[in-house]
Ligand binder design. Structure first.
Ligand code: MOS
Length: 773
């Protein structure tokens, strides 16, 4: 099933308005007046409006909600990769102090299999795995029991007392065994991951200059600050779920399927989420907590330990990628080949679509792209910040750097020589593309002209210094399903409600700004409420598209509000008889476009009609605009590193990103989003790697002490800048900024390391052992 189809299905069953695609895209086809507006609230560096409640500890997260009589849950995880439970002894756990229930496959309520991400069972392909319904084990770390107790400590202790023995089957837990079992052509969310134009292999062989190399990226685990957590209560037939979620409507819909109840009976609430990068979706813990609460007849909080997140929440899949570039002596690409393998699981095939950057970045004459998959018997992987682009840009942009060295062409000049004027794979024109400007502005601010082309040419004390750059890219998406409810009060205050997500990126702040601007109200008169499945819309905080989805819905709702206000305007009113296109917002009211002095405040409009409030709800027009244009954000990442001559330790000393992401809606929040992506890129380049015991498929370091992430001392001053050129074919002129920061960054660091010390590392992470000596 396509993603769009899945969104529509979720919307229909939750009885939310989802507009059907029509040839007339409605307001989406008219230019957005906000796009060129330059001196108002849009773009302004407004501080997070939820900052105060967060620093005061008043913002409640999923594991901070309480119910009377609530029990605390702890999980027991399997210790084999594949096989069956033989003996399961829960007597000691059940008898432990405070323990109220031990739930295993022997006593769990009957439940339907977990729908694969946002799709009805079976629709997305793959075998459907039941949750705690049988004795079968599918990965090392699968939850096999839930212990409920009066306190967290008692539950944790009880979990240690569950005794289990297994009948193990042979399991595929290594790359080589997976390849030996067989590879198949991969698809991402229903779209095949192959592309061929011309004869790329032939052109490669014929090209006077070529690079042909293999790059590897490891598994990564999700490590949001807030571990996954859920607090659930059955209230009569209603299931109330406080979740840490980036898809509240999808989770509500999926849980209804699992428990075979009406979608209206499930409410998922997540007003604040402590960070999410693609992993805060539906995993087993929500199902287990709801099932255990049902069995115990009491509310349950299941707050995953950090180990729990590692065991049951999938991360980024391992990849092995070949990039081959064939070029003329002047740098023109004859052949671009990007193929390889992503490890997946039978239960859900979600390979890293690492060919995505190669689909849109370079105008090569012959192109061959393909992702194959091979299955392991391990925890399923999932989305993780820029799935595809993050690891794909590492391989592609490293190869471009290798070619630049071979050709003795400056790496920026080589990229600009192959700059695409149309999307090379679908031949659509770009909506806007200013990568050249991003490189020029970024290079000048970074001081690229000081770079020595020959590696190892700069040394300061015991540090070799180098510079590198790489292209960042991420597509613009807008899924259907955006809808918003606007409530205008008699006092002239406006509230917008939408089932979207605040995961720390500033959703409520940005959309309050935009709404205030559209209605010509002060920011203090506007509120943006998100994070509950009972609100309008089926919006996902993913694919860097939540702002576009919300923005399109808010615009539709604002137009509907104005239309309703015009209906209320009496015959004596200065707005009598006017159409929507003839009015605009000014100073907390509506005025004639061609005679702004003919104005009436919102409060007067309501008062004269005898109304205490006005409520409208509207759906965003379907995102048809994407069919005509190729919409991608780009950026230029610059890095300066030091590599220690003695130890080989690499340290990022300076990092700069110059991005072309359309209109920037809030300069302060955008800088934070882009910088955080780049910090995650530092982790990907130098530290992050999930280590498995290949004999058992067990994660060896399921904790934040041993799984390395960048900390303050690893992160230098990061410079973030942007072109701020509006994209006329998107709501508000903006394209997403949530993911692009991580793309290109690892390659820029790897390229800088090569420039510093002459060692080309093609398998991440670039740890000191690969550089020493
Ligand atoms: Mo993002 S990987 O779409 O949360």
């Amino acid at each position: 099933m396509s993603l769009i189809g899945a969104v529509q299905e979720v919307g229909q069953s939750l009885r939310k308005k989802i507009v059907e695609p029509t040839p007339d895209a409605g307001s989406a086809s008219r230019p957005d007046p906000l796009m060129e507006q330059r001196d108002g609230l849009v773009g302004a560096p407004i501080a997070r409006i939820d900052g105060a409640v967060k620093v005061q500890g008043q913002a409640r997260f999923a594991a901070e909600f309480s119910f009377d009589d609530m029990l605390y849950g702890a999980l027991v995880f399997s210790t084999i990769a594949r096989g069956r439970i033989d003996q399961l002894d829960t007597a000691a756990a059940a008898a432990a102090p405070g323990v109220r229930l031990v739930m295993t496959h022997q006593n769990a309520p009957r439940m339907a299999p977990l729908p694969v991400f946002m799709s009805a069972p079976k629709a997305a392909g793959g075998e459907q795995l039941a949750v705690l319904q049988d004795r079968f084990i599918h990965w090392n770390g699968q939850p096999i029991a839930v212990v409920l107790a009066d306190s967290q400590e008692q539950a944790d202790h009880g979990a240690t007392l569950v005794r289990v023995s297994y009948l193990a089957d042979s399991a595929v837990t290594s790359l080589n065994d997976a390849i030996a079992r067989g590879c198949t052509a991969g698809a991402f969310m229903g779209t095949p991951l192959t592309f061929d134009r011309g004869d790329a292999e032939g052109a490669l062989v014929a090209a006077p200059c070529r690079v042909d190399a293999v790059y590897q990226t490891p598994c990564h685990n999700h490590n949001a600050i807030e571990p996954h957590a859920v607090t659930v209560a059955w209230q009569g037939k209603q299931l109330l779920v406080h979740d840490a979620s980036q898809g509240v409507s999808h989770t509500a819909w999926s849980l209804a399927h699992v428990f075979a109840i009406d979608e209206q009976q499930v409410q998922v609430s997540a007003p604040f989420v402590g960070g999410a990068f693609g992993g805060k979706t539906l995993w087993r813990h929500q199902v287990l907590a709801a099932a255990a609460a049902k069995l115990a007849g009491r509310p349950v909080r299941l707050n995953l330990s950090r180990q729990g997140v590692y065991r049951i929440v999938g991360g980024r899949a391992r990849t092995v990628q070949r990039v081959a570039l064939g070029a003329q002596a002047d740098g023109h690409f004859d052949a671009l080949i990007h193929t390889g393998l992503s490890l997946t699981t039978a239960s859900r095939s979600m390979p890293e679509p690492f060919i995505l950057p190669a689909r849109c970045t370079y105008a090569a004459s012959h192109i061959k792209l393909g992702v194959h998959t091979a299955n392991v018997d391990m925890l399923a992987n999932t989305f993780m910040r820029a799935p595809g682009e993050a690891v794909g840009s590492f391989a592609l942009e490293s190869a471009v750097d290798e070619l630049a060295l071979l050709l003795a062409i400056d790496p920026i000049a080589l990229r600009l020589r192959n700059e695409a004027t149309r999307n090379p794979t679908d031949n659509k024109p770009f909506s806007t593309r200013h990568l050249r400007q991003a490189y020029e502005d970024g290079a000048s601010r970074f001081g690229w002209q000081r770079r020595q082309p020959q590696p190892g040419a700069r040394q300061q004390g015991e540090w070799r210094i180098g510079m590198g750059c790489a292209t960042a890219t991420y597509p613009y998406y807008r899924l259907p399903g955006g809808a918003a409810r606007l409530t205008l009060s008699a006092e002239g205050r406006v509230r917008v409600e939408i089932a979207a997500h605040e995961m720390g990126m500033g959703t409520a702040t940005v959309h309050s700004q935009i709404l205030a601007e559209r209605l010509a109200l002060p920011l203090s008169q506007v509120a943006c409420i998100v994070g509950d499945s009972s609100l309008p819309g089926v919006v996902l905080a993913g694919g860097s598209q939540q702002s576009a989805a919300i923005g399109a819905a808010v615009r539709a709702a604002q137009e509907q509000l104005f239309a309703e206000l015009l209906k209320l305007a009496g015959r004596a009113s200065p707005l009598a008889g006017l159409q929507l296109a003839e009015v605009q917002a000014r100073d907390g009211g509506l005025c004639r476009r061609d005679a702004p002095q003919q104005w009436l405040s919102y409060t007067d409009l309501l008062a004269q009609a005898g109304r205490t409030q006005l409520v409208v709800e509207a759906s965003a027009a379907p995102p048809l605009e994407t069919q005509h244009w190729s919409k991608h954000s780009f950026g230029a990442i610059f890095c300066e590193v030091g590599v220690n001559c003695i130890s080989g330790e690499p340290r990022v000393q300076r990092l700069l990103g110059c991005f072309d992401c359309g209109r920037i809606l809030n300069a302060s929040l955008a800088r934070s989003q882009l910088r955080s992506g780049m910090i995650m890129g530092i982790g990907m380049a130098l530290m992050e790697e999930t280590l498995f015991d290949e004999r058992t498929g067990r994660i060896m370091h399921a904790n934040l002490a041993d799984y390395h992430l960048p900390v303050q001392m690893d992160v230098p001053e990061i410079d973030v800048m942007w072109t701020d050129i509006a994209d006329p074919h998107t709501p508000m002129g903006a394209r997403g900024i949530g993911e692009i920061g991580i793309t290109g960054t690892a390659a820029a660091i790897a390229n800088a390391i090569y420039n510093a010390c002459g060692v080309r590392v093609r398998d991440l992470p670039i740890t000191l052992d690969k550089l020493a000596g």
